[in-house]
Design a protein around this ligand. Structure first.
Ligand SMILES: C[S@@+](CC[C@H](N)C(=O)[O-])C[C@H]1O[C@@H](n2cnc3c(N)ncnc32)[C@H](O)[C@@H]1O
Length: 186
């Protein structure tokens, strides 16, 4: 755990624009992020695992490691993930390129990305790749520290996304909310 924190803090300093966080997600936030995951419902994609706090919670829901695909652009975090989460599919790439993985019928995309700080074009690529991979009933799960959904309002409209929001999770630094985005299918 100390090693996790040391690596996380070193990456905040060396790559602040990628990490964009004060600390790894708390246990309370991780539990809310993974609520409802079910090993019988298909694979799971995780975006931006960092040192793996949310990964641990996903596996804790009974998702077998081979059914989890963790996408991380930071090589130091990937090396850490491969060492401590044996069997999880760790992909060293940008979340913008999800279509490259060709995954289908995914039950949920669990995102630890700093989506709010990303330009709308980057958000669009990430959401398109995510919803191309998700099953019809699947959801894109994202935490945010701000008062509003972190997906740009134009994208919510164009992609016909609706969302639900958790209560504020005070036991996190800073306090956060979890949004679950789903797509209307006409
Ligand atoms: C706020 S940290 C979250 C870490 C961890 N999931 C947690 O909640 O403690 C953001 C993570 O997203 C990763 N990241 C940022 N942009 C990314 C991108 N375009 N593709 C993949 N990973 C990215 C960072 O390297 C970092 O690991």
């Amino acid at each position: 755990m100390k090693k996790d924190l040391r690596l996380f803090l070193s990456q905040i300093v060396s790559k602040p624009h990628q990490v964009v966080a004060l600390a790894p997600s708390s246990a309370a936030l991780c539990q809310e992020m993974v609520a409802g995951l079910d090993p019988s419902k298909g694979p799971v994609i995780e975006l931006g695992p960092g040192t793996g706090n949310i990964t641990r919670a996903i596996l804790g829901r009974g998702i077998p490691p081979h059914m989890l695909h963790s996408v991380e652009m930071n090589l130091s975090f990937c090396t850490h993930m491969r060492k401590y989460f044996v069997g999880v599919n760790v992909h060293h790439m940008s979340a913008c390129d999800l279509d490259r993985l060709g995954l289908k019928n995914v039950q949920a995309v669990i995102s630890g990305l700093p989506l709010l700080s990303m330009p709308i074009g980057v958000q669009r690529n990430i959401l398109k790749g995510s919803f191309n991979s998700l099953a019809t009933e699947g959801s894109f799960v994202q935490f945010t520290y701000g008062p509003n959904p972190s997906v740009h309002a134009d994208l919510l409209k164009k992609m016909a996304l609706s969302w639900t929001r958790s209560d504020k999770i005070w036991l996190n630094l800073p306090p956060a909310r979890v949004y679950r985005f789903t797509r209307h299918v006409h």
